[in-house]
Design a protein around this ligand. Structure first.
Ligand SMILES: Cc1ncc(COP(=O)(O)O)c(C=O)c1O
Length: 459
C-alpha cells in the first residue's frame, strides 16, 4: 500500500509491539530458531507477548488490552479463563494431573461427543488436531488396506506429512494444472513417496472430485476434507461438491474423513452435519479441550474397531503418554457442557451481525473486499467476489498488503484480527463488541478507500 504514508506509518507504529514485547522477543531470539515456537505466531516485526486473558479480551505485557478475534486459532469458544473451566481444572489439579490409568472424565467427554455429533459411535482421544488427523488417516488405511489419500488443495490439517501435501502458502507456480492439481511439497525434503500417495482435489470442483477420486479409487483409503476450509476461503461448500465426494467415495469403498478440528464450532452437531456431509470418521480438537491441548477421532463403530485391543494386537495400535489426560478431559467437559443450543444461537446471531455489518460497509464504499464465513467465524478477503477455493482465495501482492494493513489497523484500535485466516467470535462477546469490530472496519475503509481501488485481481 502506498500513499498517505505518514498516516499509514502512524497506524503501524500504534499497532507495533510495546517495549516489553520487544525486549522479550530479543531474549527469545537467543533460545528459539526464529524467536518463537510456532510458525503461525504473527510478528510485525515482533509478536505481542500476552500477560493474561479474561473473557473476550487479552492484555499484553505492556498493559494494553485487545479484543481477541484469534482465540488461539479459534480454540477458545468461551474466551479466556472461562470460570467453569478454571474451577474444574483447579479441582482436578489438586487430585493429580496425569495417571497411567483411565479416569471417569474421559468417559463423560466421549459420551457427550457420541450423543451430540452424528456418526460418532466411538471416540479415541489424543493431544492435538494433528494427531487426530494422523490417526484417522492411519485408521482408514488399516480399515481399507489401501495406502493413498485424497485431500483438498491448500487446506490445512496439521503437521502429518501426507496431509501437509499442497498445504496453505503453496505459491501459484507450484499449483499445477487446474483440472489435476499437483501434489506440491510443503517442506524441502518431503519424500517423493509421500507426494505420490496424495491425490489433490480442488474445493468445490464437482467434476474434478468425481474424476480424480474414481481414477485413484483402487488405492485410496480416504478423502480428508474440511467442510469449510479456512485457507480455502472460509466459503460454504457447494452441496453438489459434497454429494459428488460422498457418492464417489461410497461407490469405491473410500472412507470420508471430515476434519472438524476447526469447524466443529459451527454448530451443536458440528460442521459436517451443517453442510450435509455424512463422514465415516470425524477429527476434532480445539474447542473440545476447553483451552487445553486435545485431539479426538470419532466415527463409525466398525471403522473405529481398528483401535480395538481387547482381543490382542489391534489393526492400528494407538497410545500416547498424555492421551486422554485428565486435565484436557476436565477442561473439555466443562467447556462443552456450557456450549449448549443457546450458546450456539448467540454465536450465530453475533456472527451474522458482524458479517452483515462488514458486508454493508464494503457495499457502501464500493471497494474490492468481501467477507466470508459462517456461525462464529469470518474472514475478510482482498477481492470483490467471495472465493470458492484455495486458488481463488490466494491474495495478490497488493491484496496481501491490504490485509496486512487491515490487521495493523485493527491492532492499533485494540483488536487482534488474524492475518489471512479465520477470525473467531467467543461466547462472552457482546453486541457492543460486535459493533466495535464493524466500526473499526468502517474506520479502515474511510482511511484507505483510495488504496483499496488498486487491488490487483489474481489471474
Ligand atoms: C482443520 C484443521 N485440522 C487440523 C489442525 C491441526 O491441529 P493442531 O494445531 O491442534 O495440531 C488444524 C489447526 O489449525 C486445523 O485447522
Amino acid at each position: 500500500m502506498t500513499g498517505s504514508r505518514a498516516t499509514s506509518n502512524r497506524t503501524s507504529e500504534l499497532a507495533r509491539a510495546g517495549q516489553g514485547s520487544k525486549d522479550s522477543f530479543a531474549r527469545a531470539g537467543l533460545v528459539f530458531p526464529d524467536g518463537t515456537s510456532r510458525v503461525t505466531i504473527e510478528r510485525d516485526p515482533e509478536p505481542v507477548y500476552i500477560e493474561r486473558g479474561s473473557g473476550s479480551y487479552v492484555f499484553d505485557i505492556d498493559g494494553r488490552r485487545f479484543l481477541d478475534l484469534n482465540c488461539n486459532f479459534t480454540t477458545l469458544i468461551h474466551g479466556h479463563a472461562f470460570a467453569p473451566v478454571v474451577e474444574a481444572l483447579t479441582d482436578q489439579l489438586r487430585r493429580g494431573s496425569c495417571f497411567a490409568n483411565p479416569t471417569r472424565g474421559e468417559i463423560e467427554l466421549a459420551e457427550l461427543l457420541c450423543d451430540r455429533i452424528p456418526r460418532v459411535d466411538r471416540v479415541r482421544f489424543v493431544n492435538t488436531g494433528t494427531e487426530a488427523v494422523l490417526f484417522a488417516v492411519k485408521a482408514a488405511r488399516a480399515f481399507t488396506g489401501r495406502r493413498k489419500i485424497a485431500k483438498l488443495e491448500g487446506v490445512c490439517h496439521g503437521a502429518y506429512d501426507w496431509v501437509e501435501v499442497s498445504q496453505a502458502a503453496t505459491p501459484p507456480d507450484n499449483w499445477g494444472d487446474p483440472a489435476s492439481p499437483k501434489s506440491a511439497p510443503f517442506y524441502r525434503g518431503m519424500p517423493q513417496s509421500v507426494l505420490d500417495e496424495v491425490v489433490v482435489l480442488r474445493f468445490n470442483d464437482v467434476e474434478g472430485a468425481r474424476r480424480l477420486l474414481s481414477l485413484h479409487a483402487r488405492d485410496l483409503a480416504a478423502i480428508v476434507l474440511d467442510p469449510m476450509p479456512s485457507r480455502g476461503g472460509l466459503t460454504p461448500p457447494n452441496p453438489e461438491f459434497i454429494a459428488a465426494v460422498q457418492q464417489t467415495a461410497r461407490e469405491n469403498g473410500v472412507l470420508v474423513i471430515a476434519d472438524e478440528v476447526l469447524n466443529l464450532r459451527q454448530g451443536f452437531e458440528g460442521a459436517a452435519a451443517r453442510y450435509g456431509l455424512v463422514p465415516d470418521l470425524i477429527t476434532m480438537g480445539k474447542i473440545v479441550g476447553g483451552g487445553l491441548p486435545i485431539g479426538a477421532i470419532g466415527g463409525r463403530e466398525d471403522v473405529m474397531k481398528v483401535f480395538d485391543a481387547s482381543t490382542g494386537r489391534p489393526l492400528l495400535p494407538q497410545g500416547g503418554t498424555f492421551s486422554a489426560n485428565p486435565l484436557s478431559m476436565t477442561a473439555g467437559l466443562a467447556s462443552m457442557r456450557h456450549l449448549d443450543h443457546e450458546a450456539f444461537a448467540h454465536l450465530e446471531v453475533l456472527g451474522n451481525f458482524v458479517r452483515d455489518g462488514i458486508g454493508r460497509a464494503i457495499e457502501k464504499k464500493g471497494v474490492s473486499l468481501c467477507v466470508t464465513g459462517a456461525a462464529s467465524l469470518f474472514r475478510i478477503h482482498p477481492m470483490a467476489q467471495a472465493p470458492i477455493d484455495y486458488r481463488d482465495a490466494f491474495p495478490t501482492a497488493s491484496g496481501a498488503a491490504v490485509m496486512k494493513e487491515l490487521t495493523r489497523f485493527f491492532a492499533a484500535h485494540g483488536i487482534i484480527l488474524p492475518y489471512g485466516a479465520a477470525a473467531a467470535l467467543s461466547t462472552p462477546m457482546t453486541r457492543a463488541d460486535a459493533e466495535i469490530i464493524i466500526e473499526v472496519f468502517e474506520g479502515f475503509l474511510d482511511r484507505y478507500q483510495d488504496h483499496l481501488e488498486g487491488i490487483e485481481v489474481q489471474k
